[in-house]
Design a protein around this ligand. Structure first.
Ligand code: ZN
Length: 219
């Protein structure tokens, strides 16, 4: 999943407004930040295979540290402990929301991935409902999640000025536009795992920076 992960960030922000939207945007993609960092290092592994699924070319075959269910729980727990120890003033609910944001990544990936998500280590049972084999269904689910979460966010928060009124709506439209371009980009046989990983990390980082920026315009 791609933009659908940010739906979890917006939805959790509407539940706990004291949480930073920028931090939530990092948390919902933490497992992919790890994966796309570990993959170029050869610690986790995927191949680029033309039309491996209907929406991308990722044949992922080794990522127990970032995308194992056990690992997801451990990362989520680590984020909870980190928040409780570093940002204890913001309260227990913020830490809980941050931990849930991390865990949401695995649950949303479960819907779309082919059965490549290990429950424990790499040799354990691998799961994934395979929505990625269906282009239209994947697109509708990702966009609907994001638009639905945007509505929750707009209802739960109050705009400060014109920026607060319109900027987040425009940002979501831009995210959907970028997603539309990404899933329609033809396979590039010259692209390497490292280049694909850096491109993903760059997009995540830009989205996160915008979330930090826009957070102050709605309270
Ligand atoms: Zn993922």
């Amino acid at each position: 999943m791609f933009i659908g992960h940010y739906a979890a960030g917006l939805a959790l922000k509407s539940v706990e407004k004291k949480a930073s939207l920028g931090m939530l945007f990092i948390a919902v993609q933490l497992l992919d930040y790890l994966f796309f960092t570990l993959a170029p290092l050869g610690i986790e592994k995927f191949n680029l295979v033309k039309n491996y699924t209907a929406v991308n070319h990722y044949q992922i075959y080794y990522y127990p540290y970032s995308h194992g269910l056990l690992a997801a729980f451990l990362w989520s727990g680590a984020v909870y402990i980190l928040w409780r120890s570093l940002f204890s003033a913001t309260g227990r609910k913020v830490a809980l929301v941050m931990a849930l944001a991390v865990l949401s990544h695995w649950l949303l990936d479960l819907i779309v991935h082919t059965p490549d998500l290990p429950l424990l280590g790499n040799d354990s049972l691998k799961v994934g409902f395979g929505l990625w084999h269906y282009f239209a269904a994947t697109y509708i689910v990702e966009v609907s999640l994001l638009v639905g979460a945007l509505m929750l966010y707009l209802r739960a928060t109050t705009a400060i000025g014109t920026m607060g009124k319109y900027a987040m709506i425009i940002f979501v439209i831009v995210m959907i536009a970028i997603y539309t371009v990404v899933v329609n980009t033809p396979f590039n046989p010259d692209q390497t795992v490292a280049a694909a990983s850096f491109a993903a990390l760059a997009v995540f980082t830009v989205f996160t920076a915008v979330a930090f920026w826009l957070d102050r315009y709605r309270v």
